[in-house]
Design a protein around this ligand. Sequence first.
Ligand code: ZN
Length: 403
Amino acid sequence: MKKEILCFLILGMTLSLTSCEGVTEKKPQVEKEESLRENAETEEEVKESSINAKKLTYKIYTGETVNISKKDRKVKYQSEDQKVAKVFKDGTVLGIKDGKTSISVSDGKQVSQIKIVVRKQGMVYPKFQMMVGEHLDLQFSNATVVSDWVSDKPEIASVTKDGMVSAKKEGKTIIHGTDGKRTYTCRLTVAKKPAHIIYLTFDDGPTRYTTPKVLDILKKNHVKATFFEIKPETEDFDLTRRVIDEGHTLALHGYEHRYDLIYRSVEIYKENLDLLQAFFFKNFGVWCTNTRFPGGSSNRVSSYNPGVMTEITKRIHDWGYHYFDWNVASGDSDGIATSGALYDHVIKQLSKERDNVILMHDYTDNDVMLGALEEIIAYGKQNGYTFLPITASTEEVHHTVKN
Ligand code: ZN
């Protein structure tokens, strides 16, 4: 852990009482309620304008579907920006990511426009790809609760009433549910799982020296990875942005990385995750659910608070997070001396009997790791491994808890 922490928290106070720069969303609950109220107003607006049938605007959440079809009329729909919202033949619109788009409705003679505004909040996975055998808990970034999920093709992926999806075989299905007022949809593709997988993971970034070099190597080799980040400084936002834009998984390491602080209580640990999740969502629009404990779940650095890891690991899934340890330690944080030694150390731990999660660090000046990364990728490709980013449905790799 070499990253400088500029934001010191006062011992003995809970994180919620401190005033760290950058984050003002200390009470996300309040914000959620407000935005629901906002949406209620929107619905009236829509109804009114439907009567006038002039300037029609729909404001929807991500994952929400609305039907804009005018009955007894044969028309064609087209969405200007399909990344924001898709429209289907029957006039159903699905909000995919926050932004605005316009849907043109054409009956062959006349074309009219319907505006769609997709909000940032909503269902986290309106479009998702899973691999056979994986599980996904459908989540919301606001207070929505859907308790009656249904899968159109349960033989491809089944879903429990409360939203736990199980991928069964290759294909596509649509999963939908309602909170009584709105309908939400997950368009799911199930793919075959590759025989041998390597998940490259990088902790403790982003840093100006190392992160761009890691990203360049990954890009050159067409490999996606996972970055468990600490809260980036404003001047490093471009690094986090690059991680997201280049298709890697942004994941949570912690708002803070100080062992003496974050494990002081279960509540403080939860706050340390919640703050970073809110921070990333506010600044980058990405709702992160994957986490890694500083020190791993097997850490003994938390032993000043006996039993805290046992308690946190028991509860963390109920908080909406998934946690990942590793089964291949690169040794970069254990003082391994050369890139050659790091390479050998990683290669000898790889196994075809399980998925491989490799622990590396993109903290500053990590030349030892940087010097081995490309060769590790080359070895993996030559030996039948597929490199993948961790997703919300990746099977978790856990250590044995020791505290
Ligand atoms: Zn770390």
